[in-house]
Design a protein. Structure first.
Length: 215
């Protein structure tokens, strides 16, 4: 798959538009009131212990239960469904778009996600590395851990029941980890990225180029 990717074109795209556009949807039904407008700067959760909430984007009131919803990222508000301000809305309505400036590491991660074999959550649950995988990561580091098809990769915890999740991709190393052990992940969210051995030189080339060409 990575042979078909024109990395000059990809890098050119990020140079001309080095942003990610993050859509925000209503979390549940209720009466909507915006707290931002187009052009408003917003901040994500911060602090040493992630104890400082992000900027308030909107409030939603359902049966006198008022909930403030905070920004999932930093950047600038680029779109607002102002026609819905003060209106009753359904859950899942796209109401805000945030223009998030990408850092060098984020650009590398986004390009690598097009090269790595991505292992996604089979369903909404909490995930942990299987004990054997976790012990090898702690001993050698994740990028020294080889995995093969059929290996038990994760323990999936759902409704107080634990089930093994087996690896179904091609053999390689655990290059990137995108999940936090014990946190809930939605079905289809990326958990890890696996790098086949013959892809390692390409990945190193990508990282070197972005670091050299980016401010």
């Amino acid at each position: 798959m990575h042979d078909e990717i024109d990395f000059d074109e990809v890098l050119s795209k990020y140079r001309s538009d080095p942003f990610e556009y993050v859509d925000v949807h209503t979390q549940h039904t209720g009466l909507l009131k915006f707290k931002v407008e187009i052009g408003s700067p917003v901040e994500a959760v911060s602090g040493e212990w992630q104890h400082i909430p992000g900027s308030v984007l909107y409030e939603i009131n359902r049966e006198r239960n008022l909930k403030l919803v905070h920004s999932p990222t930093n950047g600038e508000v680029s779109a607002v469904r102002s026609d819905l301000d003060g209106q009753f809305v359904e859950a899942g309505e796209k109401i805000i778009t945030i223009k998030h400036p990408l850092k060098k590491k984020e650009i590398i991660d986004k390009i690598l996600m097009r090269v790595l074999f991505l292992v996604k959550a089979p369903q909404r649950a909490k995930y942990f590395f299987a004990m054997d995988i976790q012990s090898r990561i702690e001993k050698y580091g994740q990028r020294q851990v080889q995995i093969q098809p059929g290996d038990e990769l994760f323990t999936m915890s759902l409704m107080k029941r634990e089930s093994p999740v087996f690896y179904e991709g091609e053999a390689g190393i655990i290059h990137s980890v995108y999940f936090t052990a014990g946190a809930s992940f939605e079905q289809g969210e990326t958990l890890i990225g696996v790098c086949p051995k013959d892809t390692l030189p390409l990945i190193q080339k990508i990282i070197t180029r972005v670091k050299a060409e980016w401010d």
